[in-house]
Design a protein around this ligand. Structure first.
Ligand SMILES: Cc1cc2nc3c(=O)[nH]c(=O)nc-3n(C[C@H](O)[C@H](O)[C@H](O)COP(=O)(O)OP(=O)(O)OC[C@H]3O[C@@H](n4cnc5c(N)ncnc54)[C@H](O)[C@@H]3O)c2cc1C
Length: 543
């Protein structure tokens, strides 16, 4: 039996108004729908379309959105899918999982119940609702691609002509919608209730983690440049033999003391065979990696600060010490996944991203050196970094048109992040610190990508170095809808952001799909509109 569950009035608590990022809140929230089934989500939609405007309703799963798409002053109503936690295996449609589950729920369910997994992100509390449809990737993605590459069906509530409908879409049913929800991102097409997978990767048997600390002391512009070249050549190798290895170099700000290089390698007995020879070879490659970096600059056994993603405590034994006989720590797959699944504290933060097809070039490296060693007045850069995640592998075996994720030729993804606390009793001091941190990040980003007018989007059809940005690392600096959350008259700044996120899949071409067209077809009234939702129509007409 389906119901229409919601809370309002005194049953709304401060927790309902708050995102994971402490910058975002919804002070005007009036009502929270809490569906427990897909039919409940349909009932909620049938209810709210008569009560609220298209830009007053938002959907929430894990609350990890980097921007204020959900938690803003505009939001009066939220559909919180936390209650959609069911999972199972359908004889026809395969494995399924509700979008209220978070990453760690998913890893436990798939591993413990089915012996399977997904190449999703590490941080335990990230919700599948936004994460998977945005393209979700993680430590297994070089080996197994993106989460969206495994989806074979999606259950979703769509709203057209003021009518809500619960649909199942797949390659044969509503194929355009199915294409778009695989990468088009949360809040764009409807309320996704379940993801379906005909097949899933087998859980690896073991996970090996090794870390190298690279102290800032002794890092010169030449050293930093060589780190980038070495990382691209070896740690981002596209040889299939290396796809079970994922590396992250954390370029922490100088005032944190050190950079770090973390390597994650998976053993699956059905792929790698004899474990003894696998481990012998891993010891050799891990030692060689350390020697490579030691030949460029200093390496140290002191744990580096761990600021970016995934988060883990530097003192929980994951950092190797001089006493370790082996150059890595070995864990069962589930244990290793849990060891690096920290999401970090709730802080204030600002993020950006870029896809890279080649090593960081010299001019960019020198700019990074400048910004990562300066201390601008008023900013607190003690929790600031950018990290290069090795990328590609199986991700790049899928064509740019296969899903809405167009970026299928990058070797690294760059994540930029600056975090701060607002501890002062003086709100003006807090605001000043936030503004200084954000400005510093904006300055570095636009300077590094100055050749591309400040956004790492190819200015021509293709570009040898950059390939846009990642929708799940959303960044409103790169272009927003107007204040009605629709397109911006003649200037369309939102187009810049959309082109960065979706490249040629934004407006598409004669024979290719486009997230813009699918949005117009399936969500023409722009429900769940936000400052960076895919544009549909003029909001004034839609309201
Ligand atoms: C600590 C942290 C770690 C991260 N690590 C990774 C990582 O390793 N890999 C990676 O790829 N990304 C990572 N991300 C980014 C993450 O994928 C995105 O922020 C993602 O959108 C979060 O999804 P959510 O459901 O938790 O967020 P929410 O804030 O709940 O939702 C994000 C967007 O999706 C929409 N949405 C939510 N649920 C639904 C639904 N059921 N149907 C339709 N729309 C919905 C929301 O309206 C919103 O627009 C990380 C983010 C954080 C904060």
């Amino acid at each position: 039996m389906s119901t229409c569950l919601f809370r309002e009035g005194d049953a709304i608590t401060p927790s309902d108004r708050q995102g994971f990022d402490r910058r975002w809140s919804a002070p005007n929230l009036e009502r929270v729908y809490t569906p427990l089934t897909a039919d409940d989500a349909l009932n909620a939609a049938e209810n709210f379309i008569h009560m609220y405007n298209h830009d007053e309703v938002q959907i929430v799963s894990g609350r990890h959105c980097y921007e204020n798409f959900i938690y803003s002053a505009k939001t009066k109503c939220i559909v919180d899918v936390t209650g959609l936690r069911d999972f199972g295996h359908d004889r026809d449609k395969g494995y399924y999982i509700g979008t209220g589950n978070a990453n760690w729920d998913m890893y436990q369910i798939l591993n413990n119940v089915f012996g399977k997994t997904l190449p999703a992100g590490s941080c335990y509390s990230v919700g599948l609702g936004g994460h998977v449809t945005g393209g979700g990737y993680g430590l297994l993605s070089r080996l197994y691609g993106l989460t969206v590459d495994w989806i074979t069906g999606v259950r979703i509530v769509v709203i057209r002509n003021n009518r809500a409908e619960l649909l199942y879409c797949d390659a044969s049913n509503h194929a355009d919608l199915f294409w778009a929800v695989r990468g088009g991102g949360g809040g764009n097409f409807g309320i996704i209730t379940h993801y379906y997978f005909q097949d899933l990767p087998r859980s690896p048997d073991y996970m090996y983690i090794s870390t190298i600390t690279l102290p800032w002391e002794g890092i010169t512009p030449d050293v930093l440049f060589q780190y980038f070249q070495t990382f691209a050549e070896y740690e981002c190798s596209q040889s299939e033999l290396t796809w079970n290895n994922f590396n992250i170099i954390h370029i922490n700000h100088k005032y944190t003391g050190a950079l770090s290089l973390s390597s994650f390698t998976y053993y699956d007995k059905t792929r790698q065979g004899d474990i003894n020879s696998f481990e012998r070879s891993l010891i050799a490659t891990t030692n060689q990696r350390k020697q490579r970096y030691a030949s460029i600059g200093k390496v140290s056994n002191t744990p580096a600060p761990h600021i970016g993603h995934p988060v883990w405590l530097a003192d929980n034994g994951l950092f190797l010490t001089a006493d370790d006989a082996l150059p890595y720590r070995k864990y069962t797959y589930l244990e290793g996944t849990q060891n690096v699944n920290g999401s970090g504290p709730n802080r204030y933060g600002k993020y950006k991203s870029a896809y890279l097809k080649q090593a960081v070039p010299r001019d960019q490296s020198d700019k990074y050196f400048h910004y990562m060693t300066e201390q601008p007045e008023g900013a607190d850069l003690s929790a600031t970094l950018f990290q290069l995640d090795s990328y590609g592998g199986r991700i790049n075996r899928v064509s740019s048109k296969e899903t809405a994720i167009a970026q299928r030729s990058s070797i690294a993804k760059v994540q930029y992040g600056t975090y701060w606390y607002e501890d002062s009793q003086d709100p003006a001091a807090n605001e000043a610190r936030a503004a200084a941190n954000i400005k510093w990040l904006q300055d570095m980003y636009s300077d590094v990508y100055a050749r591309w007018n400040g956004i790492p989007s190819p200015t021509a059809f293709s570009d040898p170095l950059v390939d846009g940005c990642y929708f799940n690392y959303c960044d409103t600096d790169i272009g927003v809808n107007n204040s009605d959350y629709s397109m911006n008259g003649a200037h369309y700044p939102i187009d810049k952001a959309m082109s960065a996120y979706f490249r040629d899949n934004y407006v598409g071409s004669f024979s290719h799909p486009s997230v813009f067209m699918v949005k117009q077809t399936w969500n023409p009234q722009n429900w769940f509109a936000s400052s960076q939702s895919i544009p549909a129509v003029d909001a004034n007409k839609a309201a």
